[in-house]
Design a protein around this ligand. Structure first.
Ligand SMILES: *Cc1c(COP(=O)(O)O)cnc(C)c1O
Length: 435
């Protein structure tokens, strides 16, 4: 089934598995959800990746959404080189930190004060600590299928990577911690209302991906995010918009407020580091000033705001022009059309694309998919088959049915058109399997 993965990738995986747990540093990279041996990449440029066997792939993963500008964009690589030559980390203030911070603030009105950290996990974990510190309450609400990093309290019904590893919750997380985590159903305000009726006085915050991107792509139904904000604020809880994927990907800034969400805290990651480890949390000044050294909530980071990562973020944001976002939307719309038409052409339905800008969720089921239960009922073995045929033909899709495919700004109509025959072949393989 996995005949397309080359001999060098296979050999490297065997060797890596003798040193790294499962051969990888993050579970979904292992291909556990689609079967077979993962591809090892040697380099990337623009829309394409090249593996250790010299095979080229159209990159529709983009480092899980971080590489909005594509692979190794010249301006970002140049900024990293220049900055690195002056020092990799000072563990002391440097001007690039507030420079990137100012650019984020300019684009995200919620960010009156912010703090840089090194991963999305840290950003959400810290935002929750700030919310608890500010409200004096202990419980948090998340949505089933929402992924907010791997901190203990958030590994309850956490979506793609976790679901794919058949770990609905993680071992090693004390029940005492997840007892403080209440789980509602995405796109279902009533499920949230019930939690607030029962626990309202002790809920510190509701954390939500404004467009869910870790159960495939599931956009919010009209009114859902506004109802969420009302319920939270009426009971004195804060709203945390986890925009680690959506921030600066769907538009220059965050997307929640354009969809009716009224966040008190926002988390960013992925795109804002342009491929380097950068994330941030921030929000209204009165809320953020609970964080040390101003307030009593402790949070720190040895490499937080390090100059090389900041330089990558600054160069990335500088490249995010309105015309690039327009072209990204056009390319993404074309990709959606090419996929849907290819499926129809070879009669491989049911197949549904749910797209929010350059995020595409591919579901082998009739749409729409509105929550994680529905996403989990789609045919994931068909996705795996589709994935492998596409991979053989030079398309690198996310190696898990419930992950999002990402289009980069280095991808244009020509690259999408060139990929169409591969998609047709992948759909055809599905039909042959079922006949
Ligand atoms: C990726 C992701 C995170 C975690 O970010 P890491 O940098 O992987 O720790 C948190 N929230 C959302 C919505 C994400 O997609």
């Amino acid at each position: 089934m996995n005949r397309g993965v080359g001999p060098r990738s296979r050999a490297l995986f065997r060797r890596a598995s003798r040193t790294l747990v499962g051969g990888v540093d993050s579970p979904v990279r292992s291909f556990a959800a689609v079967g077979g041996s993962p591809v090892f990449f040697a380099r990337g440029r623009g829309a394409y990746l090249v593996d250790e066997d010299g095979r080229r792939y159209l990159d529709l993963v983009g480092s899980w959404g971080a590489n909005l500008l594509g692979n190794a964009p010249r301006s970002v690589v140049g900024a990293v080189r220049r900055t690195a030559s002056r020092g990799l980390s000072f563990g002391a203030p440097s001007a690039l930190e507030h420079e990137l911070g100012e650019r984020l603030k300019d684009a995200v009105p919620t960010l009156e004060r912010l703090r840089f950290v090194s991963s999305g996990t840290e950003a959400v974990m810290s935002a929750i600590r700030a919310a608890r510190g500010r409200t004096g309450r202990s419980k948090i609400v998340k949505f089933a299928g929402g992924y907010h990093g791997h901190s203990d309290g958030l590994l309850a019904r956490a979506g793609s990577g976790v679901a794919a590893g058949s770990l609905p919750d993680s071992a090693g997380v004390p029940r005492a911690i997840t007892r403080e985590t209440l789980v509602a159903r995405y796109n279902d305000p009533d499920s949230l209302r019930r939690l607030f009726e029962r626990w309202g006085e002790s809920i510190a915050a509701v954390v939500v991906e404004p467009v869910a991107g870790n159960m495939g792509v599931v956009p919010p139904l009209p009114g859902f995010l506004a109802a969420l904000s009302d319920l939270a604020h009426r009971s004195g809880a804060l709203v945390i918009a986890d925009e680690v994927i959506t921030g600066f990907r769907l538009r220059r800034g965050t997307v929640g407020e354009t969809l009716g969400l009224r966040p008190d805290l926002v988390t960013l990651g992925k795109v804002i580091g342009g491929g380097m480890p950068v994330a941030a949390y921030g929000g209204r000044r009165a809320v953020m000033e609970v964080v040390a050294p101003v307030g009593p909530v402790y949070q720190a980071g040895t490499l937080a705001g390090n100059p090389v990562a900041m330089a990558a973020g600054i160069a990335t944001l500088a490249a995010l022009t309105a015309s690039r976002y327009r072209r990204l939307e056009e390319t993404s719309r074309l990709l959606e059309r090419v996929l849907v038409e290819a499926a129809a052409e070879v009669r491989a339905e049911p197949f549904t694309v749910q797209r929010a800008g350059s995020m595409l969720g591919l579901f082998f089921a009739p749409g729409p998919i509105t929550n994680v239960e529905e996403a989990e009922r789609t045919d994931r073995s068909r996705y795996a088959r589709f994935f492998h045929v596409a991979l053989d033909r030079g398309i690198y899709l996310p190696p898990s049915a419930l992950e999002t495919a990402f289009v980069s700004m280095a991808t244009g109509p020509a690259e999408v058109e060139r990929a169409a025959p591969a998609f047709r072949a992948a759909f055809r393989a599905l039909r042959e399997d079922s006949s």
